[in-house]
Design a protein around this ligand. Structure first.
Ligand code: PMP
Length: 406
């Protein structure tokens, strides 16, 4: 087989469909986020980043940087091993305690990313509980889907955010069958929020375990940043809460929080935990500082909400279509992969505004979009530049204006 020929052909198909991904290399300047520098052929360009998942700018926060510097100096670069073989540092233990406390659970377990925590956490529960059937929301993230598939457990997909459909699926199995229901709180591409209480009512009726991905909510919602489940007083009704340290907390890593026995079970059986090097202690210390800060400071959350409301209001005034959701994620709808990329390139080249186009398979064909994530660090000038530029390109391309149905 001509392997290279095969690869090139496959890639050409992706290019022809307008969804070939090119890296945009930018340098986040210390303290200046969301302002960054892009390296271009003939020099550098100052850009404002509008698509970062460092939702609160914590990746540049002095308390986080200080904790990381201090631990780096004390402990060195890497953890030196897996958690079981020489890689457990005091910083990991402190961070796990902090996370368990954040979610009101007995214990928590760290993984190297949110992706791995879903893949390994969900996958281990589904594969090691005999006869377990998994019920997965139709829009669950790839990491959950991969974990479920990898487990080889039987699974059913229920309609997105539809507790009645979930009820129908659960009712099709006898009471004695172990059931695990997996869903998210804030969905990353539409920014909609799950009806968690109703989902839990259904799960409790059927005696099902629940696994919620709060990756796009931790740090951002709830009085102490514990996520939507904290905001709605539901944490103690959920079996497993999963989150990331790489978005609102600004660092990297993932985790699950649950009962001590469940966490110990995953710790003991999850190959994605056992056979992988532990997070660097400095990373754990930075994440811990970030969580501690956001537990007591709501300033960043309030500023973010204010920035999000301002961007939405200005988009509305100009009739630039965006999904009306109740979260911090603003999907500006374009509906065509080529146009989406063209707008994104034009914003960058002409205005130093960086918004990555979101195409299939991340979102369905025909719903291509620009996903805006206003942060506390965007100022009024940044917002006006963004809105004016979007209005210009909307006129130039004669794109439809008006509101989008929820
Ligand atoms: N879950 C969801 C819903 C996500 O959107 C993501 C990342 N985009 C992850 C999990 C993975 O998290 P991480 O980036 O920490 O690997």
């Amino acid at each position: 087989m001509d392997f290279d020929g095969f690869f090139a052909e496959q890639l050409q198909t992706v290019r022809d469909e307008g969804r070939y991904r090119v890296f945009t290399e930018i340098e986040r300047k210390r303290g200046a986020f969301p302002h960054a520098t892009r390296y271009v052929n003939d020099g550098t360009q100052n850009v404002t980043v509008w698509c970062s998942n460092d939702y609160l700018g914590m990746g540049q926060h002095p308390v986080v940087l200080e904790a990381m510097h201090k631990t780096l100096d004390q402990c060195g670069a890497g953890a030196g091993g897996t958690r079981n073989i020489s890689g457990t540092n005091h910083q990991h233990v402190l961070l796990e305690q902090e996370l368990a406390d954040l979610h009101g659970k007995e214990a928590a377990l760290l993984f190297t990313s949110g992706y791995v925590s879903n893949w390994a956490g969900l996958g281990t529960l589904a594969s090691k509980i005999p006869g377990c059937v998994v019920f997965s929301d139709a829009l669950n993230h790839a990491s959950m889907i991969e974990g479920i598939r990898h487990s080889r457990a039987e699974y059913k997909i229920w309609k997105h955010n539809d507790p009645e459909d979930l009820d129908r699926h659960l009712s099709a199995f006898p009471a004695g069958v172990p059931k695990l229901v997996a869903f998210e709180s804030v969905y990353s591409m539409d920014g909609d929020i799950a009806p968690i209480a109703e989902i839990l009512d259904v799960c409790e009726k059927h005696g099902a375990m629940t696994y919620i991905d709060e990756v796009h909510a931790v740090g951002l919602y709830g009085e102490r940043g514990g996520g939507i489940a904290e905001r709605e007083g539901l944490m103690d009704r959920i079996t497993v809460i999963e989150g990331t340290l790489g978005k609102a907390f600004g660092v990297m890593g993932g985790y699950i929080a649950a009962s001590a026995d469940l966490v110990d079970f995953v710790r003991t059986f999850a190959s994605g935990f056992i056979f992988s090097t532990a997070l660097p202690p400095a990373v754990a210390a930075g994440a811990c500082a970030s969580i501690k800060h956001l537990k007591v400071s709501s300033k960043e959350r309030e500023q973010q909400r204010d920035r999000v409301a301002t961007v939405r209001r200005k988009l509305d005034m100009l009739g630039i279509p965006h999904l009306p959701n109740p979260s911090h994620i603003i999907p500006v709808m374009v509906g065509d992969a080529h146009k989406c990329k063209m707008i994104s390139d034009w914003l960058m080249d002409n205005h130093g505004i960086y918004v990555q186009p979101i195409n299939y398979p991340t979102v369905p064909v025909g719903t291509e979009r620009l996903r805006l994530t206003p942060s506390p660090v965007h100022n009024d000038g940044d917002i006006d530049r963004l809105i004016n530029a979007l209005s210009d390109i909307w006129s130039q391309c004669e794109l439809a204006r008006g509101s989008v149905a929820a």
